[in-house]
Design a protein around this ligand. Structure first.
Ligand SMILES: [Zn+2]
Length: 196
């Protein structure tokens, strides 16, 4: 009698020990992806990451300096993503991370840990310095025909005719058809010389 009880206990122990491991996949964890970012010709960030084994896909998260928290950008099965659906001021930093995932046998999504956060600085738009001082008639979408010249380093905006404009270094020079209000909301201040 005692022996039978013992073997019953043994059976129970064996069952409780091995049953949970039958759901092997749910217990598996994914490696986190390693992300790198390059800048495309159109000045957008192109993220790429390594293939994580067993992953079904990847989700990209982004946080600009004005976002309070990270937002979902895309879910993809590819290993690269060029982010063109964002707004941020030149010179500010955008942060990204990527998570890998797979769907387990029960259809549940299992996530990897987030990748290391990668920072990317928004470059200023490349413009030809030679057309400073002229009024731009080419931008049909602008609210008016004028534009401002930005110094992305000092965060000042100028009239194109301002005597300070030719002194702006090429790497800090940008042209903007934003309104004064829009520029000021992005942290720019009007130049004291030309009073734009
Ligand atoms: Zn000025």
């Amino acid at each position: 009698m005692k022996k039978r009880l013992l073997s019953l206990l043994l059976l129970l122990t064996v069952l409780t020990t091995f049953l949970p491991t039958t759901n092997v996949k749910a217990a598996e964890s994914l490696a986190k992806p390693t992300v790198s970012i390059e800048t495309t010709k159109s000045n957008n960030p192109k993220l790429s990451w390594n293939e994580v084994s067993d992953a079904d896909g990847y989700r990209v998260f982004r946080k600009t300096s004005t976002d309070k928290k990270y937002v979902k950008v895309t879910t993809t099965s590819k290993l690269t993503y060029t982010d063109s659906k964002w707004k941020a001021t030149a010179g500010t930093t955008v942060k990204y991370y990527v998570k890998a995932y797979y769907k387990d046998d029960n259809g549940k999504t299992v996530w990897s840990k987030q990748s290391t956060v990668k920072k990317w600085t928004v470059p200023s738009k490349k413009v030809e310095v030679g057309d400073a001082g002229k009024i731009a008639p080419d931008n049909k979408n602008s609210k008016n025909d004028t534009y401002y010249i930005l110094n992305t380093h000092t965060m000042k905006y100028h009239l194109p005719t301002c005597k300070d404009v030719p002194k702006i270094k090429k790497e800090n020079y940008a042209k903007s058809t934003d309104s004064k209000k829009e520029l000021e909301s992005k942290g720019y201040a009007g130049c004291k010389h030309c009073n734009p």
